[in-house]
Design a protein around this ligand. Structure first.
Ligand SMILES: Nc1ncnc2c1ncn2[C@@H]1O[C@H](COP(=O)(O)O)[C@@H](OP(=O)(O)O)[C@H]1O
Ligand SMILES: [Mg+2]
Ligand SMILES: [Mg+2]
Ligand SMILES: [Mg+2]
Length: 355
């Protein structure tokens, strides 16, 4: 008998792989069709196109499942200048391997279907049933800056993450490659770059080359053991408005961490610590009102936990993906090897005044 979630995993990986062909094309274009959303955050034709391709694959393979996706069609309905290039990209993007493309299935018929597909991602989420979360480009600011970004897809069942897939086109394929100081800036997806991290609950986490054809063999990944805090470092956001960097510096100092933080955009942080290239991912709230989005964390949370890590918020609670489109009951994120998570949490709570 096939292992649980085998089909969901395969379809999710192929969907991410195909959508990454599209985002890589946009990454190399000077004009990325960037517009501002209501909350002033950027979105590009790459975000819309990748989301459409991923949802089309889910619609074809798992028609009964709900979908919580970051983007929606509203802006495109009134803007054909934006809509047309997205449609062109979606229409023309296929996996190089015909058999894999057939297996994935799920095309977008025309421009109207494109808008319809994008809006299939407006489920409110919740505690019941199967819900896919999609972040078509996580780290859009990194994508625009030429840094790291990720395509994130996860399956929740009754609020728990069962399958997580992260495509990271600009990370090295090699799990052993240490995090270079410039990992967060001036990136390419040239030869030797592009990795898919995946996890299924209870089955461990893997990495494999992202590629453009069909899926390569996966390799087991594991977090690095941190025996001595002095040799560890934090992975943090590049954007100081996404995570409080001065509090992180105080926490590092109290823990005896001397190395500078590695700053990179997107859930590439979760993937990097899951494969032992980095150590500890900290995300500290910058405001009392911001609620983290489930698509920003679902895939990364499972991949780190299946690689031997522990993921909680700053209160020490597991991330709860069953309360809706946001992590309304959580505050910040601490992802670390299980053996040191408790110590990091303790110091986070001291510095944040939570104990
Ligand atoms: N004030 C805030 N605090 C924390 N995260 C925020 C934020 N404003 C936006 N974000 C989220 O931060 C994500 C990027 O995280 P990171 O800084 O780790 O790269 C964004 O995802 P998108 O780029 O998909 O919009 C966005 O959802
Ligand atoms: Mg966004
Ligand atoms: Mg995101
Ligand atoms: Mg996004």
């Amino acid at each position: 008998m096939a292992s649980p979630y085998a089909r969901e995993l395969e379809i999710a990986q192929l969907a991410v792989q195909r959508a990454a062909i599209l985002t890589k094309r946009v990454f190399h274009e000077k004009a990325k069709g960037t517009v501002s959303k209501d909350d002033a955050s950027p979105v590009t034709i790459g975000d819309f196109g990748a989301q459409a391709l991923i949802i089309a694959a889910l619609r074809a393979n798992f028609p009964g499942d709900a979908i919580v996706a970051e983007e929606e069609a509203a802006q495109l309905r009134s803007d054909d200048k934006l809509r047309e290039p997205i449609w062109g990209l979606v229409r023309d993007t296929k996996l190089e391997d015909d058999a894999a493309e057939r297996l994935l299935g799920g095309g977008v018929k025309d421009v109207d279907d494109l808008l319809e597909v994008l809006d299939l991602g407006r489920s409110p989420g919740g505690r019941k049933g199967r819900v896919w979360t999609i972040d078509p480009i996580d780290g859009t600011k990194g994508f625009l800056r030429g840094g790291q970004y990720a395509l994130a897809l996860a399956l929740l069942e009754d609020g728990d993450v069962k399958v997580g897939v992260l495509g990271c086109p600009n990370l090295p394929v090699d799990d052993e490659a240490p995090l270079a100081a410039d990992i967060g800036a001036n990136q390419t997806d040239a030869e030797g770059r592009g990795v898919i991290f995946s996890a299924v609950v209870g089955q461990g986490a893997t990495s494999r080359p992202l590629g453009t054809g069909g899926l390569a063999q996966g390799k087991r990944i594991k977090m690095k053991e941190v025996t001595d805090m002095a040799s560890a470092s934090f992975c943090e956001s590049v954007e100081s408005c996404h995570s409080n960097q001065s509090e992180a510096a105080q926490i590092a100092q109290r823990l005896g961490i001397t190395k500078p933080s590695v700053r990179m955009d997107s859930q590439a942080k979760y993937g990097s610590i899951a494969r032992g290239a980095g150590d500890i991912y900290l995300r500290l709230p910058t405001s009392k009102t911001y609620q983290e989005k489930i698509w920003d964390h679902a895939a990364g949370d499972l991949i780190v936990r299946e690689a031997g890590g522990q993921v909680t918020d700053t209160k020490g609670q597991r991330l709860d993906f069953g309360v809706g489109r946001t992590l309304a009951t959580n505050s910040g994120v601490i992802a670390a090897p299980a053996a040191v998570h408790g110590r990091v949490l303790e110091v986070v709570q001291e510095v944040l005044g939570l104990k």
